[in-house]
Design a protein around this ligand. Structure first.
Ligand SMILES: Cc1cc2nc3c(=O)[nH]c(=O)nc-3n(C[C@H](O)[C@H](O)[C@H](O)COP(=O)(O)OP(=O)(O)OC[C@H]3O[C@@H](n4cnc5c(N)ncnc54)[C@H](O)[C@@H]3O)c2cc1C
Length: 227
């Protein structure tokens, strides 16, 4: 599915349509990106050079696809939050078990607050982040506005989960610095979710626009000044 400008280039969010395009069409070049995480998914770039797309390949209403994409993001961004909470909680659960079992200086390392406090903090953060995601989805179910909350899920949860995974890795010592334990892989997977579906900067722009209106957007001001 390809989203492409079909209308006035100056039309802003109006004038984007969705097309179903056969990937084997003449003029399409595919590349593979060697991502450091979520490897089973597989990603790449597509280049279109004079590709012919018949009119019947347009999906839904012409020039109105952008709003549909954005409404989809309000859903996927909450789900991405939960996609991070999952490996984050699993890693914290595994870390609680490990620090009770592992002994140093004659005591299980959980007795050292330098070990238990990061996990206590992670439990707090995961509980808050899970509730933020559920709250966003509940707003969506109730057909109430949730763009701001979805953007909060998207920038905050992957960032804090990366910090939690980093901490879980350190608490497992050298064994976690090998491929034998999953923390590094989970870190790389969640790191990608700080970028995909829109970076933190873009989410903060969304929140600022929802709170302060279009005056908060630099490009909107540049456009107005150019008129
Ligand atoms: C795991 C993963 C999954 C992905 N899945 C998809 C997918 O399914 N479909 C798809 O189309 N793409 C997908 N992407 C691509 C992703 O959406 C883009 O990489 C992302 O939106 C950033 O765009 P960019 O790479 O062009 O970076 P750029 O836009 O070049 O940004 C580079 C840096 O500049 C910052 N920046 C850019 N503009 C501004 C601004 N106005 N204000 C402040 N900072 C700014 C960005 O935040 C970023 O830090 C995926 C990427 C990853 C890593």
């Amino acid at each position: 599915m390809v989203f492409a400008r079909s209308g006035d280039p100056a039309g802003g969010s109006r004038g984007v349509s969705a097309f179903f395009v056969d990937l084997n069409s003449k003029g399409i070049i595919r590349t593979h990106l060697d991502d450091i995480g979520t490897k089973p998914v597989g990603r790449g770039s597509l280049f279109f050079d004079d590709v012919h797309v018949p009119a019947e390949c347009i999906m839904a209403e012409q020039d109105r696809a952008f709003g549909t994409i954005m409404a989809g993001f309000d859903y996927s961004r909450a789900l991405i939050g939960l996609e991070c909470v999952g490996p984050g909680q699993a890693s914290v659960d595994e870390s609680w078990a490990y620090v009770q079992e592992r002994e140093a200086f004659g005591a299980p390392i959980v007795q050292y607050q330098g070990v238990s406090f990061p996990l206590a903090e992670a439990e707090t953060q995961l509980t808050m982040m899970r509730q933020l995601c559920y709250h966003t989805l509940a707003l969506r179910d109730a057909q109430r506005p949730h763009t701001t909350e979805a953007a909060m899920c998207k920038w905050y949860v992957p960032k804090v989960t990366c910090e939690i995974l980093h901490q879980c890795l350190l608490l497992h010592g050298h064994f976690a610095y090998t491929h034998g334990l999953p923390f590094h892989q989970r870190y790389n997977d969640v790191l990608g979710l700080q970028i995909g579906d829109g970076t933190a900067q873009i989410q903060k722009l969304v929140i600022a626009r929802e709170k302060a209106g279009r005056v908060a957007l630099q490009y909107a001001q540049r456009k107005a000044a150019a008129k």
